[in-house]
Design a protein. Structure first.
Length: 450
């Protein structure tokens, strides 16, 4: 008896220590079993308390009265499947007649408290079937991406969602994106994860970093072109517009619309072309869009209009030509001048880290979801990397990218530098490496320091 008691105390102490220091390990060892038992035991009473039950059918009431039996109880949604995951539980529920998926979503916070889980989200899979995802611990506190992800061409896993699933940046599904974030909000880490995920793929990267390239220049070995000032950025964007027009001419020549070609093979974008003639897709990363939109004199205003016009043209027409935009900035508002709201309308994917004002959050999610605006302005300053991701469909998620240092991103880009495509239109804007001169320091070192 004493040995059993000592063993029980040791197991309880180990469970408490794991829950405090390693919540993921605690969930996989102890938490998942306790959660399954808790959900199965409490399910009926919790659904009844949350108002997620329906009265019994009339024929059951008539049968109970005819046979002098007790009146049957109200029925909760039927559990089709209960599946444990590495971060929580997934319940697939079959709704009863008269229930709606919104009822489950409205009761998600009450379900979280009742089942003692960290978070509960729901989505409708098909008519009458709802998937409820429960997380057993705070997966965004210490982000750990799963070992295996569903990576495909032009589909990059960049962050982890609050429900434990992986957040992907799929360029073929959502071609253009806007990423906002104040200083020290984690926007640069999100961008590094994006570049590191694109580096092994057959894609050309074009960077525009008007802070003299301090953010993107270390990754330049994987970039086909890099602009570090607004004047060069204008020339790069003009070259991309010219490339887009040539790609459209290629698609027009390769459309294969003759009568002896099946309809499924008619080309309308680069992904319908044969692999041997398909142009390489291009991802354009703009690190700070406000630097391209600001001006102080007439000459800079003309350059600004030229840049914004090129960006709008690429956003409107570039998808079929395989040109995708990643627009990043600390501030994005209508005060940046004409064309900004037109550009925003083409940026389907929206990601907002911590912002300094509500106007930026409204610019990101005001036309998508008011709840996403409220969630974006409530991100605490100490949670770097936490962001709200949404799209034009109205859905949004809390996400957080794993911390990737600049050295790690540089190593990945250098490892895949041989995969950098040579684009003739952008050859003059590619960064040269090898025998370039060593930059002269701004302050001459003293003899003692030397």
């Amino acid at each position: 008896m004493t040995g059993f008691t000592v063993a029980l105390v040791l197991v309880a102490a180990a469970a408490g220590l794991l829950r405090w220091r390693r919540p993921a390990w605690y969930w996989l060892t102890f938490g998942v079993t306790l959660a399954v038992v808790r959900v199965l035991v409490r399910y009926g009473s919790v659904m009844d308390a949350c108002g997620l039950t329906v009265p019994p059918a009339r024929w059951r009431l008539v049968l109970a009265r005819a046979t002098n039996r007790p009146i049957p109880e109200s029925r909760p949604p039927r559990i089709l499947r209960l599946r444990p995951t590495r971060t929580g539980l997934v319940l697939r529920l079959k709704l009863r007649p008269g229930q709606d998926a919104f009822d489950i979503a409205a009761a998600s916070d009450r379900l979280r408290h009742s089942f003692s889980m960290n978070g509960v989200t729901s989505r409708e899979l098909r008519s009458g079937v709802v998937e409820v995802r429960m997380t057993g611990y705070d997966v965004l506190k210490r982000v750990q991406m799963p070992a295996e992800t569903d990576s495909r061409p032009m589909r990059v896993p960049v962050a982890l969602r609050q429900d434990g699933s992986v957040h992907y940046r799929d360029y073929r599904a959502v071609p253009h994106a806007l990423t906002l974030g104040a200083t020290e909000s984690g926007k640069s880490v999100y961008q590094r994860n994006l570049v590191a995920g694109l580096a092994p793929m057959d894609v050309a990267l074009v960077g525009i970093d008007c802070k003299q390239g301090v953010e993107l220049f270390p990754l330049a070995r994987r970039f086909s072109a890099l602009a570090d000032d607004p004047d060069t950025a204008a020339e790069v964007l003009d070259a991309l517009v010219a490339r887009m027009e040539r790609v459209y001419q290629l698609i027009r020549a390769q459309q294969r619309i003759t009568a002896d070609v099946p309809d499924a093979e008619i080309a309308a974008d680069i992904w319908d072309l044969p692999a041997d003639v398909r142009p390489v897709p291009v991802v354009v990363l703009v690190d700070e869009v406000a630097e391209l939109a600001l001006y102080a004199n007439k000459e800079e205003e003309r350059r600004r209009d030229r840049v914004i016009t090129a960006l709008v043209r690429l956003a409107q027409l570039g998808r079929a030509a395989g040109i995708y935009l990643e627009i990043c900035g600390q501030r994005f508002g209508s005060e940046l001048g004409k064309g900004i709201t037109m550009l925003r309308a083409q940026l389907t994917s929206r990601t907002a880290h911590r912002v300094n004002d509500e106007t930026s959050a409204n610019m990101a999610f005001g036309d998508i979801s008011p709840d996403a605006v409220l969630a974006a302005i409530q991100i605490p300053a100490e949670m770097r990397g936490l962001a709200i991701a949404g799209d034009s469909s109205g859905g949004w998620h809390r996400i957080r990218a794993p911390h990737t240092s600049l050295r790690q991103a540089v190593n990945i880009c250098n490892r895949h530098a041989d995969q950098t495509p040579d684009l003739p239109e952008l050859a003059s804007f590619r960064t040269a490496f090898g025998s370039e001169a060593v930059p002269v320091p701004l302050v001459k070192p003293s003899s003692a320091a030397a």
